[in-house]
Design a protein around this ligand. Structure first.
Ligand code: FES
Length: 188
């Protein structure tokens, strides 16, 4: 809705492709997704109490898997991306005719909420805000933050899948509205 912040006249496909590497890197290096795709595609580990299939197993200490350690930096980028998406969701309440709400507004608000839950339930964030403290009771605010992130963290897998599906749906919905294939229903 409204004019885009930046006008990409030199780029003829979706500008989202220019910054997709940041959320993609965040998902690929996510501890939960790593567990899922290591087990599903590499059979690593094959099962509980079953020995390693691969000789010379070095975990994530060698290239390319050592790059998984960049997860914390992808987290910082993901928080910035989430900030932009939240700004977009707020802007979706403002129509040329004034304040209102359409189905698209709801789609963007749910998108921001699910991505926020996924991002702020991250294992790295949990460690960043309080997991690294030797004595949590020395900082009440960090302890509180750690408790909040920990309670979200218990549902991290659910947030991971829900946000992934909703991001795809939101992109499709916005694309269909932008190309005129469907009309965004105005609720009020
Ligand atoms: Fe999943 Fe950080 S562990 S996003």
């Amino acid at each position: 809705k409204g004019e885009p912040l930046v006008n990409f006249t030199w780029w003829h496909i979706s500008p989202a492709i220019l910054m997709m590497w940041a959320p993609l890197g965040f998902r690929l290096t996510c501890y939960y997704y790593r567990k899922a795709y290591y087990r599903a595609f590499f059979w690593d580990p094959p099962a509980c109490a079953v020995g390693e299939l691969h000789g010379g197993y070095v975990g994530e200490r060698k290239f390319p898997f050592i790059l998984q350690n960049m997860h914390r930096y992808f987290l910082y980028l993901a928080i910035i991306v989430w900030g932009f998406l939240t700004y977009d969701a707020i802007r979706a309440f403002f129509f040329p005719s004034g304040f209102g709400m359409g189905v698209g507004t709801l789609v963007l608000v749910v998108n921001s909420a699910l991505l926020g839950l996924y991002t702020f339930s991250c294992h790295s964030l949990r460690h960043r805000v309080g997991g690294c403290m030797d004595c949590p009771s020395k900082s009440k605010s960090r302890l509180k933050l750690w408790q909040i992130v920990s309670s979200l963290n218990a549902r991290h897998p659910t947030f991971a899948w829900c946000s992934l599906v909703w991001v795809a749906f939101s992109d499709l919905y916005i694309r269909l509205v932008a190309t005129g294939a469907i009309t965004d229903l105005r609720l009020f």
